[in-house]
Design a protein around this ligand. Structure first.
Ligand code: NAD
Ligand code: WQD
Length: 339
């Protein structure tokens, strides 16, 4: 199966390319390298013994995408990871996010029709739920007003896909709403490559443990949670990658029950920031320098998935423990280097 993977040298995309190759698929990567580097292909090759086809293309460039699809006939599905994803940056520069995240998707959907590509798997996010009223959160939970332009682009993209699929009976879609992807491939050949100061918790933890950052700031311990710090559903990135393989196979084999299917991709277990720090110290033996500071604007208090629908209907389940996952993040950081 030929799978077009946009954003395929990125954090989740690269891990998904590995799992696609392991599953006997032929991934074709499109990436503009705006938030990743070409060296990721070396890591993929070291893991799989296969160097996937790579096109340095911006998904906002419709003509370039059109030419790629002309040269690569028979693409079965698209997995669309390519997007800007920094919440804070989206508040400062909303138009960059609306242009990048919406135009890229619209280009792909228009070209799918022309090139008779039938299936798309879209990278959505639990951010569409905001702070759910009921936890754990199911796919039927109400979509809440987005707290950032980034989150809004995910909601709008879901709507664009839904409207396009209902207008064009030949396209099917699966929307995967990721919770908090963390960790790195067990080989430590690929992992998360945050550019600049990490915004997300785990890369900041590993860089602090490596001495690259002085001290981890825990954004608040006065939330209405058992230890006062925020709770999230941290999912191993390889487990998440495997969900995409299951999704494209489901679409390719026309096992989907509806033209647009939505799945929460999480472990079903919530962990607090302080619990994450505790587990990280235990599995790595590294003492983490951290301090409690004020809350971060826009943070929701607690969210974790009810993954029952993905487990039973999609036939996917998170397998790796948080201990194994945090250790993989540390091994990757050790590979990247310490101060
Ligand atoms: P990432 O930044 O590591 O990967 C995205 C990749 O897309 C990068 O390699 C970047 O260079 C590329 N890209 C961006 N704009 C592009 C464009 N216009 N044309 C071509 N390539 C482009 O991010 P990630 O963490 O791997 O996230 C992948 C997807 O999953 C994104 O859509 C993100 O919104 C979504 N997501 C991420 C998380 C998370 O916590 N990481 C959670 C939920 C959803
Ligand atoms: C996790 C927890 C922080 C950093 C974001 C996006 C979401 C998705 C995943 C794209 C929170 C706390 C963090 C730090 C801390 N991305 N924290 N100190 O905020 O759940 O989700 O990334 O789709 O859309 O919103 O992830 O890793 O930033 O934070 O205390 O230095 O760690 O307050 O409770 P988040 P995160």
């Amino acid at each position: 199966m030929k799978i077009l993977v946009t954003g395929g040298t990125g954090f989740i995309g690269s891990h998904t390319v590995v799992e696609l190759i392991n599953a006997g698929c032929e991934p074709i990567i499109v990436d503009n390298l705006s938030n990743s580097n070409i060296g990721v292909l070396d890591g993929i090759e070291k893991i799989c013994g296969v160097r996937p086809k790579f096109y340095e293309i911006d998904c906002r460039d419709k003509d370039a995408l059109d030419k790629l699809m002309e040269e690569n006939k028979g693409i079965d599905s698209i997995i669309h990871f390519a997007a800007s994803k920094a919440v804070g940056e989206s508040v400062e520069n909303p138009l960059l996010y609306y242009r990048n995240n919406l135009v890229s998707l619209i280009n792909l959907l228009e070209l799918m029709k022309k090139h008779e590509i039938k299936n798309i798997v879209f990278s959505s996010s639990c951010t569409v739920y905001g702070q759910p009223e009921i936890l754990p959160v199911t796919e039927n939970a109400p979509i809440q007003t987005a707290l950032s332009p980034y989150g809004n682009t995910k909601q709008i993209c879901e709507e664009i896909i839904t409207d396009t699929v209902s207008a064009d009976g030949n396209i099917s879609a699966i929307l995967l709403r990721y919770f908090n992807p963390i960790g790195a491939h067990e080989s430590a050949e690929i992992g998360e490559l945050p550019i600049g100061v990490p915004q997300n918790l785990i890369p900041y933890v590993t860089q602090t443990a490596a001495g690259i950052r002085e001290c981890l700031s825990v954004f608040g311990d006065d939330y209405n949670t058992p230890d006062g710090s925020c709770i999230r559903d941290y999912i191993n990135v390889t487990d998440l990658a495997k969900a995409h393989v299951v999704a494209v196979k489901r679409l390719s084999e026309k096992l989907n029950k509806k033209p647009v299917e939505i799945f929460n991709i999480g472990t079903g277990k919530g962990l607090s920031v302080l619990e994450i720090i505790d587990v990280f110290q235990k599995v790595t033996g590294v003492k983490l320098n951290y301090k409690i500071v004020g809350r971060r604007a826009g943070d929701i208090e607690q969210v974790w998935a009810d993954p029952t629908w993905a487990n039973t209907e999609l036939g996917w389940k998170a397998e790796k423990s948080v201990e194994e996952t945090l250790l993989s993040a540390w091994r990757w950081q050790e590979k990247l280097g310490k101060k």
